[in-house]
Design a protein around this ligand. Sequence first.
Ligand SMILES: [Ca+2]
Ligand SMILES: [Ca+2]
Length: 462
Amino acid sequence: MTKRNLFGLIGLLVAMLAMVAWPAWADPMAIPTSEPFTGRVVIQGLEAPWGMIWGSEGKLWITERQGKRVVEVNPLDGLKTVLLEVPEVHSGPQHEGLLGLVLAPDFDKSSLVFLNYTYMDGQKELHKIVRYKYDAKAKKLIEPVDILAGLPAWTDHQGGRLAFGPDGMLYFSKGELGHNQGANRCLLNEAQRLPTAAEVAAKDFSAYVGKILRLTPDGGIPQDNPLLNGVRSHVFTLGHRNPQGLVFVGDRLFEVEQGPSTDDELNIIVSGGNYGWPLIAGYPDDQAYAYINWSEVPNCDKVPGNVYLPADQSSIKETSHNREDYKEPIRTFYTMPSTYNFADAKFGDLAYLGWATIAPSSLDYYPADGPIELWRNSIVISSLKNGAIYRVPLSADQKQAQGDIFKYFHTRNRYRQVLISPDGLAIYVICDNAGNVIDEKGLPSQTMANPGDLLVFEYKKQ
Ligand SMILES: [Ca+2]
Ligand SMILES: [Ca+2]
C-alpha cells in the first residue's frame, strides 16, 4: 500500500464520521449513507483527468485535459499505458483542453473512438470532435479525422461530454462559454440563439453554444434532427449552461448541468427542447435567480454587480417567459429561496462554496438488476465543489427522479467523473488536480487530498 493509498482510506473514514454532523447549510436534501464501501487509490497524479470510459479488454481509458493524453489504466493493478498524445490540444487552468471520449457502438468491429478538445486556429480558440482508430496490437490511437471542427470555445463553460445513442447518433454537450457572468459578464450569452440557415450553410457554428448537439458518426447533420426556427442543424436542444454529463438509459438521454448560485439540474433531453438558460434557472419560480443581460448595460465593465441575484428592474423574471418548448429539470441541486444567504462570510472570497449547489461534472446509471440492491435504477452524479457522489433513484418508468437523494464518498477532492464498473460492485472516480472544494469538516479548501488520482470505492457484499 502506498502512502497515498493510506491517505485515501483515511479520507474515506473521515468522510463517514463527518456524515453524522453535516452542517445545515449544505445539501439540504441529501441523506448521508454508511453502506459497506472501502476506498483506495488506483493510480496517482494524472494531469487533470477529465473523461473516463470502459475501453478495450476491461481497461479504463482516461483523457488528461492538461496532459493532452489518452491513457489506458488497468483497474486491477494500476498499470498505465499511453494510447495517444495530442500536441494540438490547447489547454488552460479550468475548462480547456482534452475533454470527453466515447467508443463507437460497433467498436468491437470498427475500432473507432471519438474525443473532443480545444485548439488554436491562429489567434482564435476553437473546439473540435475527432475520430480515431484503435490499433490493438500497437496499443495506440491512430488515423485522426476531424469530424466536426470550428466549434466555439472559451476559457469558461466548455461542456465537452460525448455519448452515443441507441439510434447510432453521436451526442455532444457544448457549454455557453460562461458569457454573462464573472469576467465574461459583458459578453452576450447565446444559449437561446439558434443558428440561421445562412450560418449552417457557411459552417458558422457560433450559435452552437449552450446546446446539446446530435451528429451522424461522420459529423454530418442527421436528417431527423429538429427543425428549430425552420432550420435544421446539429442543434438538438438549447438553453443549457455548462452541461458536463450525458448518459443514455435505454433510449432516454439524461444530462446534468451546472446552474448559477442555485439550481444545478438533472434533465431528460428530448429533441427540440429548450432547457431555459439563461432566462430560467431550474424551475420557472422566480426563486434566487432572474436574468440580467449585462451586454446591454451601458459601460457594463464599469458597473459593479453580478449575475446571480435579481439586482434591479433590469432583471427579467423567470415567470415572464411563457415558452411552450420549455423543459423543466427532473431534479435540481438545489432550488433555494431568494432569502438564502449567498454571501456567507464563513467562505470569504469563495462564497460560492457555501451555496447549495454541487457543481455536477458527470453522471452514470446504476442498472435495475445491479448487485447493490439499494442502488438499483439510480442516476449517480459526481460533484466538483462538494467532493462527493450523489445518487438519485429513478421511478420504475425512468421518466422522473423519485424520493430522496443520497450522498457518498465525501473526500477533500473535486470529483471530475464517476464511472460504474460493469459488474456493478465498484465506483470509479477521477479527481481534479487543483481548485476549490468543501473539505470533510464543511470548510473551504484549496488543497486536494488526491490531486489527479483515480479512486475506486468497492462494495463489500455482506
Ligand atoms: Ca434548465
Ligand atoms: Ca428558478
